[in-house]
Design a binder for this molecule. Structure first.
Ligand code: AMP
Length: 216
């Protein structure tokens, strides 16, 4: 596929990160996850990390100008010139407008639809790698040995913002601030909805079908 510029939308825990990595590998393009970049910056105590920490750990959105800055720099890199996948960006209408202003032409937006009750249940089983950012689920997508990361060997942990009380806040943020993007991209004619399935590979099959059916 030529120059796929794809956005994954969906509630926290809908499977955006997992599907992004699979689709990125299939098409040989990078996944850009603002969540992973932000957690990395927090871990390394960079200036951006210090600005973002209190927001991210409490399930609030980091201010638009901070995230727009890091995305602009990342998309300018050579490896993005033949396409890319955005996971977790844009999350607000101003962020989507910023992409337009940068001249980035998104040709497909896949929204992974999962009901709120399912999200809450799924998040309680999520495990993450603090080193490389990979995510797993104890039932639906376990790592090979159940305790360490398949990619880098780090011991898996639970993200601070995956605590049940923070998950409910993040779901509210999603419905209020991010879901309006379905309308934004629907009007541009690039939105496809995919029902999130229990099995990762079933969601992947629907996702690949949706991408191939909508991007020529
Ligand atoms: P994620 O890994 O995508 O769930 O992101 C984790 C946290 O990082 C979010 O709850 C926000 O605090 C922050 N974050 C990630 N992407 C964005 C974004 N595009 N805009 C604002 N905050 C973001």
């Amino acid at each position: 596929m030529k120059n796929l510029k794809l956005i994954f939308l969906g509630a926290p825990g809908a499977g955006k990160g997992t599907q992004s990595d699979i689709v990125a590998e299939k098409y040989g393009i990078p996944t850009i996850s603002t969540g992973v970049m932000i957690r990395e910056a927090i871990k390394n105590n960079t200036e951006m990390g210090l600005q973002a920490k209190a927001f991210a750990e409490n399930g609030k959105l980091v201010p638009d100008e901070v995230v727009i800055g890091i995305i602009g720099e990342r998309l300018a890199k050579d490896d993005c010139q033949n396409g890319f996948i955005l996971d977790g960006f844009p999350r607000t209408v101003p962020q989507a407008e910023a992409l337009d202003k940068m001249g980035v032409e998104i040709n497909c937006v896949v929204s992974i639809e999962v009901p709120d009750e399912k999200i809450v249940e799924r998040m309680s089983g999520r495990r993450s790698c603090a080193k490389c950012g990979a995510t797993y689920h104890i039932v639906y997508n376990p790592s090979k040995d159940g305790t360490t990361c398949d990619k880098c060997g780090e011991t898996l942990s639970i993200r601070k913002d995956d605590a049940p009380e923070v998950v409910l806040d993040r779901l509210n943020v999603y419905h209020n601030q991010t879901e309006p993007l379905k309308d934004f991209y629907g009007k541009k004619g690039v939105l496809v909805l995919v029902e999130g399935q229990e099995k990762v590979e079933d969601t992947t099959a629907l996702t690949l079908g949706a991408i191939e059916g909508s991007v020529k």
